[in-house]
Design a protein around this ligand. Structure first.
Ligand code: URA
Length: 207
């Protein structure tokens, strides 16, 4: 299932991110802000229970977060900006990192780094990668989360291509995707069109 967050604030910020003239500082700030807004939507179904709270006036029951604890997992390197920002909303969440590169011969994703919370199986996992392009990295990351025991996983992306969504839906139909926009297609170089370019380069100013 794909949830596209169509809120005008998200759409406006994303449009500015797309602009080739937007510099590193602004791009980074916008990526953080969009990530927070995506998390607001992705975490809409977190469980709450009524707990007693004493206000300065009286004591009554109010909703407080309950249920499974959370884990944020970044696909390196571009996913870092998303977890760094979302952890401000959920400061008790544990944070994991998965690094993948593409094997030049098989073209398949190969993990070079994998550090996950040891109790990941008991946590709701929010996996972050700004760009869901071919879906290869995200699918492999989800497979490694499942291998570590995770059973509740949402994938959060800023932009997705239909090709990437199809791969996740085929490989991991249980994983919901939360995204700010679905673009048209991938070009011959694997970039999302119209897209925003290379998210990692634009976040870190490496181009
Ligand atoms: N990764 C990016 O950073 N941008 C794309 O368009 C596709 C993959």
């Amino acid at each position: 299932m794909v949830t596209v967050v169509t809120h005008p604030l998200v759409q406006h910020k994303l449009s500015v991110m797309r602009d080739v003239h937007t510099g590193v500082k602004e791009f980074r700030e916008l990526a953080s802000e969009v990530s927070l807004l995506l998390a607001y939507e992705a975490m809409r179904d977190l469980e709450v229970t009524q707990e007693e709270v004493t206000t300065p006036i009286t004591t009554a029951e109010f909703p407080m977060l309950s249920g499974k604890k959370l884990a944020l997992v970044a696909i390196l390197r571009a996913g870092l900006i998303m977890t760094d920002s979302i952890v401000q909303l959920v400061p008790a969440a544990k944070v994991g990192h998965i690094g993948l590169y593409r094997d030049p011969e098989t073209l398949g994703p190969v993990a070079y780094y994998n550090k996950l919370p040891t109790d990941i199986a008991e946590r709701r996992v929010f996996l972050t990668d700004p760009m869901l392009a071919t879906g290869g990295s995200a699918s492999a990351a989800i497979a490694s989360l499942k291998a570590a025991g995770a059973t509740s996983i949402k994938l959060m992306c800023i932009l997705a291509a239909p090709e990437g969504v199809a791969v996740i839906e085929r490989d991991h139909p249980d994983v919901e995707i939360v995204v700010a926009a679905m673009d048209s297609h991938l070009n011959d170089h694997g970039y999302i069109v119209p897209g925003l370019g290379d998210a990692g380069d634009r976040i870190y100013g490496t181009k």
